[in-house]
Design a protein around this ligand. Structure first.
Ligand SMILES: C[S@@+](CC[C@H](N)C(=O)[O-])C[C@H]1O[C@@H](n2cnc3c(N)ncnc32)[C@H](O)[C@@H]1O
Length: 871
């Protein structure tokens, strides 16, 4: 971190003191570094080294006291300053201008003073190393390059001086002897600590490195003025490290969080220093330690709150009273400290929280709406009739509503990667998490070729001259680009594609209304005519009421493929900004989406077309050209029946974009599921690796490989391939819901057993646990009756049976196999880890930190409208 800040207004100095006297006594007595017995070093794959509490550290306790390896004063005018530091490092006392300060007899620099002759004498050898350099360069560097660069160069010189001194003491060896710390925890000391600092040429821009290289050549080369015997490259490296690790010294403590309303800023900087151990502390915008130098420039870290075992101990790298919103804090980190977005791990397990509320909402729409709603749904109209279709969708709608309640309560509580998969493992049985994870991955991954096949058939509405293989490859490239170009671009692309879907759906509802009241070329006010003739219900497969029930059941089964959504919202949980707020809104608005898209969709479809429409029948039977394309959509058939020009093309185009978006979304969801599986060691670790931009790259590559299944259509009819995939995927969806609702019931029981009040949860579902039980029974029953038709007399089909029920077998084999292999245990409610390690605490902290940060709306009126709709 850069060491000097611009000097501000004068603020009187406060006496520095270690807050807990017991520990202060220890530190003062030893006048050396002191490390809390519960403090240890750890490594975070992204942040690098970190300080961590091995056991709890109570609020107010001193966590670390560190001696500077090198320190410089940074004052406006040394003659009048009350904050000049004694140049003898172990003393480094702050001296007022009225004190008897001793200047360098050589007159090298006004900033060099000692508090006593004893300190001057003790510092003789060290100062001799810098004295010539200061005499030669200090004034000219200050004049030509300013205070910041001078301070940086001087601190480097003092680091080199400390090294030289230690080497001389050790008899001229090339490395200094590093006193091991007596607690045996391996905190490096001295020069060894400097070498293990993070920061290298790669951490800084080329321009910056070039500028420093020039400074090294001009001012820091080994020679009679500065006899350090290090090559230029080593000195350059030292600058890169010093800039990433030095502390500015300020009179008041930094890092009280939340910032009290009457908090004072940290005051004017009076020095800069490098500390061997304090440099290991990472930054947090909601730190759990405050830091402040004491009278001798020792850095004191104090626990600002109770720190739990396993928790990282963080400080704030900047003054939280000056940077109050998240945006400016991020900019600060980026410009000054050159790292971004990993400000807090935020329970996202290395994914980056960058998706905004509207993007999450639209991603959920994007995943939930595809071919099925516009085309496939029409296939059950002849089985159930318009009322049967509406009833079937409404009946299944109650199940999915209950499922949504279960998802919402758990995911808002713990918005982590692949939440329902991870939570099943933590709260029910690892074997359930394993089976659900792989089942969900297969649901998503098999959905991708389904959408690609659908794109191909939609294209054949206009031409069948594009080779199937070319379509598959082009779509794969599009998905690859959108998913690999960071989650930000993915979110934006999906945002626009999803808007097309919404426009399409609202347009089709509008189309239905306008044409039913006579707004069509025939001026036919057909209203609800088709509900009377040929009728509202169909007796499907058998006569009378039983037949009507069968019709409704067929529609419910179609609904269980069409009506989806909560899982898509959940999949964005770890990448959503302000996850609890955003998730809450997304799950709540799922209810109106359900009404507008699915229920209204089912109603409209039954209005625009009679269930016995000959074109629809021929399309479903595959005896008509255009079967399985946009022409198979009841809306398009209706448009043609009403002799409406152009509109069918537009609708086909919009369906195409919506299918494209659904596939894109599936790549995202499937890859994030794999990433989640790898994090929980249920898939090879390599799939959990993210690029520096937070992309789970190997998971994306493996997911994309499933696109190749779309090549199956080269050999088979596309409609056949679509049917295979639909059958397999429907069972997977239901199994996933079933497992999630079982997890919810366990979560509910665990909350009760552990005395957690549900009113404290960020989202509290209605009618629980009854809604949970209803969802479990509903989805369980649906998955069992999926292939019901094959059990009717004379309708047996082995292919249909296998396709409908294969996933149940896969699910059971996966679960039982993992249970046997890993000997997993069924988690009892009172034992369930409701915080899932430190993840809940991380999210809590992140939520607290970002609460003020996102108040500003971005963009103009358009975004205002979009946000009002989608946030
Ligand atoms: C003073 S060092 C902290 C210790 C460092 N992690 C190490 O390995 O030595 C500062 C550097 O740590 C990393 N760092 C600190 N806080 C971070 C955070 N919240 N997220 C990501 N990186 C962080 C940045 O690379 C920064 O330049």
């Amino acid at each position: 971190m850069p060491l000097l800040q611009p000097l501000g207004r004068e603020i009187p100095l406060e006496p520095a003191a270690v807050t807990k006297s017991t520990v202060a006594d220890v530190t003062a007595a030893k006048a050396t570094a002191w490390i809390h017995p519960h403090l240890e070093q750890g490594v975070d794959p992204y942040k690098g080294r970190q300080l961590r509490a091995a056991q709890p550290i109570p609020q107010g306790e001193v966590v670390l006291v560190d001696m500077p390896y090198a320190v410089i004063p940074a004052v406006d005018d040394p003659r009048t300053s009350d904050a000049l530091l004694c140049s003898h490092p172990p003393c480094s006392r702050r001296m007022s201008c009225s004190a008897d300060r001793i200047a360098c007899p050589q007159g090298c620099l006004g900033d060099v003073m000692w508090c006593s002759t004893a300190c001057q004498a003790a510092d003789h050898a060290r100062h001799a190393f810098e004295c010539t350099w200061l005499k030669r360069f200090a004034a000219s560097i200050r004049e030509k390059r300013g205070e910041y660069e001078f301070g940086m160069l001087w601190l480097i010189v003092r680091i080199l001086a400390a090294r030289q001194l230690a080497m001389s003491a050790a008899g001229g060896e090339s490395t200094t002897p590093d006193d091991p710390v007596d607690d045996g925890r391996g905190f490096a000391e001295g020069w060894q600590a400097m070498r293990s600092f993070c920061g290298s040429e790669d951490s800084w821009s080329h321009a910056q490195v070039r500028a420093w290289t020039a400074l090294v050549k001009k001012y820091l080369r080994h020679g009679p003025v500065l006899p350090h015997h290090l090559p230029d490259r080593e000195v350059l490296k030292l600058i890169c490290q010093e800039e990433a690790n030095s502390f500015g010294l300020y009179p008041r403590e930094t890092g009280l969080y939340p910032v009290p309303p009457d908090a004072l800023d940290r005051g004017d900087q009076f020095g800069a220093a490098v500390y061997p151990r304090a440099a290991i502390a990472n930054h947090s915008c909601g730190p759990n330690m405050t830091h402040k130098p004491d009278q001798h420039s020792r850095m004191i870290f104090t626990a600002a709150k109770d720190i739990a075992a396993g928790e990282e101990c963080c400080i704030s790298y900047f003054d939280l009273t000056q940077f109050t919103d998240l945006q400016t804090r991020r900019e600060r980190l980026q410009t000054l400290f050159r790292f971004e977005a990993r400000v807090l791990s935020a329970g996202s397990q290395h994914l980056h929280r960058k998706l905004r509320g509207r993007e999450v909402q639209l991603l959920a729409v994007g995943g939930a709406i595809g071919t099925s709603l516009f085309v496939q749904m029409g296939a059950v109209l002849p089985k159930g009739g318009p009322a049967g279709l509406l009833l079937g969708f409404a009946a299944y709608g109650t199940i999915i509503l209950a499922v949504n309640q279960c998802f919402a309560e758990m995911v808002c509580y713990l918005p982590i990667p692949s939440p329902f998969v991870q939570l099943a493992g933590h709260w029910v049985d690892d074997a359930l998490g394993f089976a659900m994870g792989w089942n969900f991955f297969l649901t998503m991954a098999l959905g991708i070729p389904y959408e690609i096949v659908a794109i191909n058939v939609l294209l054949t509405y206009w031409t069948d001259r594009i080779p199937v293989a070319a379509v598959v490859v082009i779509v794969m490239v599009i998905y690859g680009i959108l998913n690999v170009l960071t989650v930000r671009y993915f979110g934006v692309a999906e945002f626009y594609l999803s808007i097309c879907k919404i426009i399409l759906m609202i347009g089709l509802i509008g189309y239905t209304f306008v044409t039913m009241v006579g707004g069509n070329p025939h001026h036919d006010v057909y209203g609800f005519r088709y509900w009377k003739d040929p009728g509202a219900f169909v007796s499907y497969l058998t006569a009378e009421n039983t037949g009507r029930f069968c019709g409704v059941l067929a529609c419910m089964i179609q609904a269980s493929f069409t009506m989806v959504g909560p899982e898509y919202i959940s999949m964005t949980a770890a990448e959503a900004e302000r996850p609890r707020v955003v998730m809450h809104r997304a799950f709540t608005s799922f209810v109106w989406r359900l009404m507008v898209f699915f229920i209204a969709g089912a109603l409209c479809m039954g209005i625009v077309l009679p269930y016995n429409d000959p074109t629809l029948a021929a399309t479903i039977a595959g005896t008509r050209k255009g079967s399985g394309t946009g022409a198979a959509s009841p809306y398009v058939i209706s448009m043609n029946n009403l002799s409406i020009p152009v509109l069918p093309h537009l609708v086909n185009f919009l369906i195409l974009t919506s299918v494209l978006s659904a596939g894109n979304n599936l790549v995202y969801s499937a890859s994030r599921t794999l990433h989640g599986l790898a994090l929980t060691r249920k898939a090879p670790a390599i799939l959990g690796r993210c690029t520096t931009r937070g992309l789970p790259i190997y998971a994306i590559v493996l997911t994309m490989a499933f696109c190749c299944l779309a090549f199956l259509q080269v050999q088979h009819a596309s409609a056949t391939v679509l049917n295979w995939l639909v059958s397999v995927i429907t069972a997977s969806y239901l199994l996933n819901y079933f497992g999630t609702c079982v997890t919810y019931l366990h979560f509910y029981a665990a909350l009760k057993a552990q005395g957690v009040d549900r009113t404290t949860l960020p989202f509290r579902g209605y009618l629980q646990p009854y809604a949970g039980w209803f969802a479990v029974c509903g989805t369980g029953l649906m998955v069992l009756v999926l292939g019901w038709e094959v059990f009717l007399h004379g309708r047996w089909s082995t292919e249909t049976f296998v396709l409908d029920y294969a996933m149940i077998a896969v699910f059971v084999v996966l679960g039982v196999g993992w249970k046997a292999f890993r000997r997993t245990v069924w988690v009892r409610p009172e034992r369930a880890d409701l915080g899932v390690g430190t993840l809940r605490a991380e999210v809590d902290e992140y939520e607290r930190v970002v609460r003020d940060g996102f108040n500003k709306r971005q963009g103009g009126w358009w975004w205002w409208v979009v946000d009002r709709w989608f946030e």
